[in-house]
Write a protein that binds this ligand. Structure first.
Ligand code: PA5
Length: 440
């Protein structure tokens, strides 16, 4: 079970007791700001079991008839699945010998080269597509889907292509839903009351994660365990409350940047998921901790200097996992040319633990408070716990900060400009105004 250690952050958490109790009540009773988007709170218990079985069946079918799955989505419709597959299967998943399909993520940007490379990597292999968009209208995934739909239809014909396209979208509305109904694609639902960045435990994340061979029941069980833990209104029983309180206390003391650190390269994309979760939930009304991330020990050799001695507006949250699944001991070398025999016979986990402890003490001494999240072993259940823990803490933390943690009004600004510059019907006036500003 997740344990939060705030002892190296030296903050008094009780200051936030009453705000946290209120925030906790708002989440549990769905009575706070943005309360129509708190469907994720009970999701690990109340998820649609019939759809869950369909997800498992679809994953099995894709594993049987495809060598590759193209997962098309952006933001909350992308990062959770990518993070979970990297963490539980490996960032080198596609390079590994395995019985499950390669998984390529597309529609998460607008690079033509990136898209073309995926097409080339798939080559002549059989493939399927999972297009994920809650709104069904997001430009990046919609454009990518056109490419891969055309590719599928050319390769298999329209009818067979339709059997290889799985759409995860709104249950009733949006362009993707209409297209799916018209073409007969199998569809999965992004629930109305679950926003993109809180949707990894819906079909949005579960289908790609299941295709990669992950036990999604264990993932949901882990999340359900954490959901029960987070029901407690007692701060000493509720790790999400402890984390939310500590980060708000640090923010108030002038620590405006939180660096999420992990000593597992496989966690890198979970950090990207976490950045979206916290950045999009809290960064509004000119407030909010800026979420950053590092991968240790690699980044100790790049960002380590700044963290140790740069501007003191940082704190770190370190996610620590229990030992690796492999025991790797440093070989003995009689010549000892590199002078490393003092480590001979020592396990990599032992060396990593000393690096973690040494770094922790150095950074705290350098003025960077550290919160430590002890996450347990690396497993699907642990990841489920972590996902729920971070989501619940984020909801609490946003409420304590005084914002609506479930909207994202700022994301629209770039979209409007992009549509105007691309000449989308209805944006003519805005387009002229922007072109004038750009001197075109
Ligand atoms: O969290 C969010 O709401 C966003 O990151 C969305 O997930 C992202 O913009 C993709 O939206 P959609 O799923 O509607 O295509």
């Amino acid at each position: 079970m997740i344990r939060v250690d705030t002892s190296k952050a030296a903050e008094n958490l009780s200051v936030f007791s009453s705000q946290l109790s209120e925030a906790h009540r708002w989440l549990q009773k769905a009575t706070g700001r943005g309360n129509d988007f708190v469907g994720w709170v009970n999701l690990p218990r109340d998820y649609d079991k019939e759809e869950f079985a369909r997800i498992q069946a679809a994953a099995k079918k894709i594993q049987g008839d495809s060598k590759a799955l193209v997962v098309i989505g952006i933001g909350g419709s992308y990062l959770g699945a990518k993070g979970a597959i990297d963490f539980l299967c490996s960032p080198n998943y596609n390079l590994k010998k395995k019985s499950t399909p390669n998984i390529y993520f597309a529609g998460n940007g607008l690079s033509g080269d990136y898209l073309q490379e995926i097409v080339e990597l798939i080559g002549e292999e059989d493939f399927s597509v999972n297009v994920i968009s809650k709104s069904g209208t997001t430009t990046e995934p919609a454009v990518a889907f056109r490419f891969f739909r055309e590719l599928l239809e050319k390769k298999y014909g329209k009818a067979e292509a339709a059997k290889r396209i799985y759409a995860t979208t709104d249950k009733a509305k949006g362009a993707l839903k209409s297209l799916s109904d018209a073409e007969g694609y199998e569809t999965f639902v992004v629930p109305d009351d679950v926003g993109g960045r809180y949707s990894v435990l819906t079909a949005v994340g579960l289908l790609p994660i299941a295709v990669a061979g992950v036990d999604i029941e264990a993932l949901m069980d882990g999340a359900a365990d954490m959901m029960e833990t987070c029901r407690s209104a007692e701060i000493d029983q509720n790790p999400a409350m402890q984390y939310a309180a500590a980060r708000n206390a640090l923010y108030q003391s002038g620590k405006k940047i939180e660096i999420l650190a992990a000593y597992e390269p496989a966690f890198r994309f979970m950090s990207e998921w976490w950045k979206q979760l916290y950045g999009e939930s809290e960064g509004k009304e000119h407030k909010g901790i800026f979420p950053a991330s590092v991968e240790f020990t690699a980044d100790l050799h790049s960002m380590g200097q700044y963290i140790q001695q740069g501007e003191r507006h940082l704190f770190e949250t370190v996610v620590r996992f229990e030992k690796s699944s492999h025991t790797l001991k440093v070989p003995y070398d009689a010549a000892d040319g590199d002078g490393l025999n003092f480590l001979a016979g020592k396990d990599m986990d032992y060396i990593a633990t000393q690096a973690m402890d040494g770094t922790l003490l150095a950074h705290v001494e350098g003025g960077v408070p550290n919160l430590i999240i002890h996450a347990g072993e690396k497993s699907a259940a642990t990841l489920g716990e972590l996902i729920y823990f971070f989501e619940y803490a984020c909801g609490l933390s946003g409420y304590v900060l005084g914002v609506n943690p479930f909207d994202q009004p700022g994301v629209e600004a770039y979209k409007k400009n992009m549509f105007a510059l691309l000449g989308k019907p209805g944006y003519e006036e805005k387009g002229a105004e922007l072109r004038a500003k750009l001197g075109r």
